[in-house]
Design a protein around this ligand. Structure first.
Ligand SMILES: Cc1cc2nc3c(=O)[nH]c(=O)nc-3n(C[C@H](O)[C@H](O)[C@H](O)COP(=O)(O)OP(=O)(O)OC[C@H]3O[C@@H](n4cnc5c(N)ncnc54)[C@H](O)[C@@H]3O)c2cc1C
Ligand code: FES
Length: 252
């Protein structure tokens, strides 16, 4: 775990209220893995007191990127960061996706800002596994494409791609991949993850999901981010035991 004062390289509004923040963080860049997150101190004062967690979106040499949208005070402050501002970042935190288990086709499934960890995951899987990408949003205006090409898209209102949820979209294509050993990687809002849990269980497809909750410390001290174990034997801490879980291991 590293605390690094990181200079802002750019902070670009890539869609309405959605920002791609890139910082120079050599140490975090050299240790970060897809699915891990960083806890960012959004201001130099004591307000807001708590850091805010964001998935590592991408790493290029010594630069780390985060994709975020404005939901409250912390992300509002973060959206105002300019080139050469310095941000204090704690990370990389959490476990990241498991990549060395037995599968040959990685199926990315994301809703909305859940697309955030996939650029780095794609980089880590490149030349090792085949990849299919399924991304959903409410409307075309909320679609963030990043640099993903040849992806399957769904919008709730049908304004881009297939009309319906990203799960409907996945289900309409899944029979094209029967010759592969699949593994689903899911990230997005909790209702989407719940649906994905059910779907992967029914279809008997291996599935990992990246789970979110409000967080304080980010590394297992405050006990503020529990998620119930599927066998009801207790709770995992999302920041320390996750945020990525085997989808059948947790009750959302
Ligand atoms: C492991 C992890 C990775 C994350 N990755 C990303 C990411 O890549 N991009 C991104 O935009 N966001 C991400 N988030 C969510 C992000 O941390 C919150 O949006 C952010 O902390 C909100 O801060 P704020 O001060 O702007 O809002 P606050 O003022 O703290 O909150 C505004 C409202 O949002 C609610 N809220 C805050 N955090 C969450 C949450 N995690 N889940 C549900 N409701 C919440 C609050 O209860 C409140 O109602 C991630 C969260 C976790 C735990
Ligand atoms: S955020 Fe403190 S234990 Fe998880």
């Amino acid at each position: 775990m590293i605390i690094e004062n990181s200079k802002v390289i750019s902070n670009i509004e890539i869609a309405n209220n959605i920002f791609l923040l890139t910082v120079r963080s050599p140490q975090i860049a050299s240790h970060g893995k897809a699915g891990q997150f960083c806890n960012i101190k959004v201001s130099n004062s004591n307000y807001p007191l708590l850091r805010r967690p964001f998935s590592i979106c991408d790493i290029n040499n010594d630069e780390v990127s985060f994709l975020f949208n404005i939901v409250g005070e912390g992300t509002k402050i973060l959206s105002g960061k300019k080139e050469n501002d310095v941000i204090n970042i704690l990370g990389p935190l959490g476990n990241g996706f498991l990549l060395n288990d037995d599968f040959d086709l990685a199926v990315f499934v994301a809703g909305g800002l859940g697309i955030a960890p996939f650029p780095l995951l794609q980089k880590e899987l490149k030349n090792k596994k085949q990849i299919e990408r399924f991304f959903g949003a409410r409307t075309a205006a909320e679609i963030i494409t990043l640099d993903f090409e040849e992806s399957h898209w769904a919008t709730d209102d049908g304004s881009l791609g297939r009309r319906g949820t990203v799960l409907d979209l996945l289900d309409s294509e899944i029979n094209n991949f029967t010759n592969y050993k699949l593994k689903i990687f899911g990230c997005g809002p909790t209702p989407m993850l719940k649906a994905l849990q059910k779907y992967s269980e029914e279809k008997k497809i291996k599935c990992e999901i990246s789970v979110e909750s409000a967080m304080a410390c980010g590394f297992g001290i405050c006990q503020g981010c529990p998620v119930e174990k599927n066998d009801k034997s207790g709770f995992y801490l999302i920041c320390k035991d996750g945020p990525v879980f085997n989808s059948s291991d947790v009750i959302l």
